[in-house]
Each structure stands twice: as C-alpha cells, then as structure tokens.
Design a protein around this ligand. Structure first.
Ligand code: ZN
Length: 129
C-alpha cells in the first residue's frame, strides 16, 4: 500500500488544500515572497506573517531521475520519474512527474486520489502549436 504524506502542524493546511484539490503555497506578507516547505516563519525575512495563497499549478522541470528502485508500495509503478519542480511562483518542490521528462519543460500540477486524500503530482505540458 502506498504511503500518504503525514501532515505536521506547519504543513497541515498545505496538505488540506491538496486534499481539497487546490495547490496553495505559503507566502510572506512582509516581503511578498513565496516559499516551500510550509513553515510558520518566512525563510527570507523571518516574518511570521505567512499566508497560504492559491498557486497557478504551473512550473518547469529543473532536474529529474528515472527511478528503477521503487520505494515500498511503488513496485508496480517502476520505473517512474521523480523531479525537481520550479513553481511559477518561485519555490521548488520534489514530485513525481508523469509523461516523458524534459528539462526546462513546462509542467502542470494534477492530483492523484489515494485513499480519501490527494497526492500532488506534475505532468509535462504539450508544447504550443
Ligand atoms: Zn518574508
């Protein structure tokens, strides 16, 4: 059985949004910057004026690995792609990538239902034209 993220007090609202089908990213009200991972203080200016704001779900692929040695529960998915996603809002996160990965290629977020939750994943967007 595939595991699910285990929210902490700092990440509970972030994962609750994902479970509701929305990607929201922490943003500092003092300096205006988005950041990840979710936490109570801005990593840039240490302000505690942090809110979760809706994100576009768009990003680009900074790097990836094709994983042939799956984690427990993911044996049937192997090989699968894990990548570093640079969100349009600025922060990066690590996620599974659907489709043939292209570095610097455009990505869009989607949600995979798992039990009564959602898991955030990204897929390559088709080139325009
Ligand atoms: Zn700040």
């Amino acid at each position: 059985m595939k595991p699910l993220p285990l929210p902490t007090p700092d990440t509970a609202a972030f994962f609750a949004a994902i479970d509701a089908g929305e990607l929201k990213v922490p943003r500092c009200s003092a300096c205006g910057r988005f950041f990840l991972y979710p936490r109570a203080y801005c990593p840039f200016c240490t302000s505690d004026q942090v809110t979760l704001e809706p994100a576009s779900g768009r990003g680009s692929l900074e790097s990836y690995v094709v994983n042939h040695r799956p984690a427990p529960g993911f044996e049937e998915d192997a090989p699968y792609v894990l990548g570093v996603v640079r969100l349009a809002e600025g922060p990066t996160l690590f996620a599974e990538i659907a489709g043939d990965p292209v570095v610097d290629g455009d990505l869009e977020a989607f949600f995979e239902p798992r039990s009564d939750r959602n898991v955030l994943k990204f897929r390559m967007r088709k080139a325009a034209g």
